[in-house]
Write a protein that binds this ligand. Structure first.
Ligand code: ZN
Ligand code: ZN
Ligand code: FE
Length: 757
């Protein structure tokens, strides 16, 4: 007889790991015990060596579906002779940590029970088990046990307790376990009247059928929902949400229904049905009859499948019941999504005719994640529910660092060992509520992951609230700060995302909206050469003076004029952007530029897209970020092969020739699709030409593509093969977004590597 001690690290709590160990031990007739610690699971186990070997083999190869084993360490133990096999209570150690599982969509078993009239949880909106259900959104603290979640206020009934205590049961230690007798309840509230249970659900469905707008409390916050095919419902929803053209997320009961409106590739189907159930951007079918205003001038619709039992019940097919629901975040355009009941009632009442709500508290806000499929891999637009706070594993050890992130699409990041915990999507920090969510989120993650940062990593932009937060944070704790240039952080984010661990430099093709440059100018069309520890700026777009700087972002017409003036096309007054302004307004703009009054120079690729969109008359004023560029992409004719001449020297990349060629084509009456197509081709070739120049003197063949402009899939799909066919190897984002949502990951990687230099 031998006894061994086994320590398992990774995602091993709240995923049925201990019962799995228990059953395995029984199968091999082993004795001992298993328990959760703050850093994972520990097993003390005795038996014949052959049986122990079999046990260890299966421990490695057949863990429960949601478990992720990062490390197993085995050591001989002098203890022995246990009788039976026990699962012990959790033990908390204040200094160790372990990853926490994100929220998981309802599993097949629970779904079957939900619709089984003989099951005691038939149609119960909070059915869950160890393989599914809420996690991050309900956790107050670790170890992950019911008293440390928002389920602590629901004492288990006898039946639930029995299931919870039975290692052979699928719900053994399922912390959010609940049933109609003991668990949370739903209610539908409208005009001061509250209706509970099935009746409430039926009323909510009636509201939707009748074209009304309702708020729905979900996993990580509230949605605003209505019938997506009902044009007047959708129109009034958009009006109530402050008239943004931002596309609305959609939900259907099953994939078959989604397929009526969009094409779905094999990988997109995997994404839709993955345990995360994100919003997947899918190409609209030509004949789809959903209202255009759901996603104005977009090639794609963002669809997701129901991921909680409540969503399944709400969307269940029925006579005259809508096949597609709008399920957009419960907020006004720029605010964070509402997740607390009192706040939701206050903020969403003007938006919703009724509230489908429940009494399980949401601890942490989590927006729906948004992904697409690029080269059959996941490509993120927003990484949040279902993914956060999964750790991103880095190929090197890090000190404990906090990366404060950028200003827009903010996430923060904390590190421990070789893990980077990139937060859920926080949002745009310029908003007071978001800043509050940011600060409390940081506190929460520090506590959950037992991180005490030794280094603070921030952007170099002096006005970002995340920069100011980081400076205060560091000075109040007397720890060092590292300021990391925005596009260097993008490059490092792309490297970290690809588990890059070589000191060799990489070409960073960073196409972005804005970022504070080392010279105080606004950068964003950058070819960098560098690694985690440093970079050089090899090539960039010609700098153009931008009247009003970043404030012009809402008015592409202003940007269009700036680029036209820069290209010497001042007299071309019949172009669209000029029509937006009076003669004297244009003169003022001109003076502003010549006298350099509040006209920072920008080399931003995002602004070049804005300018072209404006010059072609596509978009002069935007209601959401990157709208002008997205609509320019929408018009792109995929079969267009032409491109414009690129003038490129060590001084920079001359955007004037591109602008002049575009204006020329425009005057010749060329179709928008052709011009947009040629422009996209030009930028893809620009990427190749610039990379070739850098490669010719450095022999570097690895290129990282990062920055918000790389959310443009048309551009991405043109650029990748072009680079690869010319011998370059392309690093794409795969775990965090290419946009500023990935900045915090880059910041921690740079800060860590620079410190360990
Ligand atoms: Zn389940
Ligand atoms: Zn119960
Ligand atoms: Fe950026």
């Amino acid at each position: 007889m031998n006894t061994i001690e086994v320590q398992v690290k990774g995602i091993v709590q709240g995923v049925g790991f201990r019962p799995f160990v228990y059953r395995l031990a029984k199968t091999y007739k082993l004795t001992g015990k298993v328990w959760n610690t703050s850093s994972g699971v520990e097993i003390l186990i005795s038996g014949e060596q052959q049986a122990l070997d079999g046990f260890l083999e299966e421990l490695h190869t057949t863990p429960p579906p949601l478990a992720r084993i990062d490390d197993i360490s085995i050591s001989p133990s002098s203890k022995s002779f246990f009788s039976g096999f026990e699962i012990l209570e959790s033990q908390s150690d204040p200094n160790s940590f372990m990853p926490i599982s994100p929220d998981i969509c309802i599993c097949e078993d629970c779904r079957t029970e939900l619709f089984d009239p003989n099951d005691r949880r038939y149609r119960y909106p909070f059915i869950n088990c160890t393989n599914c259900g809420p996690r991050l959104t309900i956790i107050h603290n670790i170890p992950y046990d019911r008293p440390q979640t928002t389920m602590s206020v629901f004492p288990m009934c006898e039946d639930c307790l029995e299931e919870y205590s039975d290692p052979e049961n699928r719900r053994f230690h399922a912390q959010p376990i609940a049933c109609p007798v003991c668990g949370p309840k739903i209610a539908f509230i409208s005009q001061g009247e509250s209706v509970e249970g099935e009746e409430g659900l039926a009323k909510a469905r009636r509201f939707l059928r009748e074209g009304k707008i309702i708020a729905v409390k979900g996993l990580g916050g509230y949605h605003i929902a209505c019938d997506a095919a009902n044009i007047s419902a959708v129109t009034s929803l958009i009006e109530r949400k402050h008239r943004s053209d931002k596309p609305l997320a959609l939900m259907s009961f099953n994939e078959h229904t989604i397929n009526k409106y969009c094409t779905i590739s094999a990988n997109e189907s995997l994404l839709l049905n993955s345990i995360q159930h994100p919003i997947v951007l899918l190409e609209k079918k030509a004949n789809n009859d959903l209202p255009e205003i759901l996603a104005t001038r977009q090639k794609n619709l963002g669809f997701m499948l129901p991921y909680t039992p409540l969503h399944l019940l709400l969307l269940e097919p029925g006579e005259n019941f809508p096949e597609v629901l709008v399920m957009t975040s419960g907020n006004l355009s720029e605010e964070p999504i509402a997740y607390e009941d009192s706040d939701a009632t206050l903020r969403l009442s003007p938006l919703a005719d009724g509230f489908l709500t429940h009494n399980r508290e949401i601890r942490t806000r989590a927006d729906d994640s948004v992904v697409s499929s690029v080269n059959n891999r996941t490509y993120f637009y927003r990484r949040s529910r279902g993914y956060a706070p999964d750790a991103i594993k880095l190929p090197f050890e890090l000190p404990e660092v906090i990366g404060c992130g950028a200003e827009l699409k903010n996430t923060f990041c904390l590190t421990k060992n070789n893990y980077a915990f990139v937060s859920h999507h926080i949002g745009d920090l310029e908003n007071f509520e978001t800043l509050h969510a940011y600060e409390s989120g940081i506190k929460h993650y520090q506590n959950l992951f037992r991180v005490t940062p030794e280094i603070v990593a921030i952007d170099t932009h002096p006005d970002y609230l995340s920069t100011k937060f980081g400076l205060d944070y560091a000075s109040s704790r007397d720890i060092p700060v590292r300021q990391i240039q925005h596009h260097h952080a993008h490059l490092a984010s792309c490297l970290a995302d690809n588990s890059w661990d070589s000191p060799e430099p990489v070409i960073g093709c960073i196409f972005d909206g804005t970022g504070y440059g080392e010279d105080g100018h606004i950068w964003g069309g950058e070819f960098l050469l560098g690694s985690y520890t440093g970079f050089s700026r090899e090539l960039h777009l010609r700098e153009v003076p931008l009247p009003g700087g970043d404030s012009s972002i809402r008015n592409p017409s202003k940007i269009g004029i700036a680029y036209l003036l820069d290209a010497g096309l001042l007299d071309d007054r019949d172009l669209q952007p000029f029509e937006v302004y009076t003669r004297s307004q244009i003169e003022v703009l001109q003076q502003q530029i010549t006298q350099k009054i509040n006209t920072p120079l920008t080399s931003s690729m995002g602004r070049l897209f804005d300018a072209v969109s404006s010059i072609l008359g596509i978009r002069q004023k935007v209601t959401y970020e990157a709208q002008a560029a997205i609509e320019l992409e929408y018009f792109c004719n995929p079969s267009e092969n032409g491109r414009y001449k690129i003038e490129l020297d060590t001084e920079g990349i001359d955007t004037r020739t591109i602008i002049r060629s575009i204006v020329n084509d425009f005057h010749m009456g060329k179709d928008l699709g052709v011009i947009s197509g040629r422009f996209h081709n030009t930028i893809a070739y620009l990427c190749l030409e610039a990379s070739k120049i850098i490669a010719s003197k450095t022999k570097v063949q690895n290129i990282g593509l990062s920055g918000g402009v790389w959310q443009n899939r048309t551009l991405l799909k043109k650029t990748i093969p072009l680079l690869e066919n010319n011998g370059f190897s392309v690093l794409l984002h795969n775990q965090v977004p290419a946009n500023d949502g990935g900045i915090s990951l880059g910041q921690v990687a740079v800060a860590a590597k620079q410190t360990h230099k």
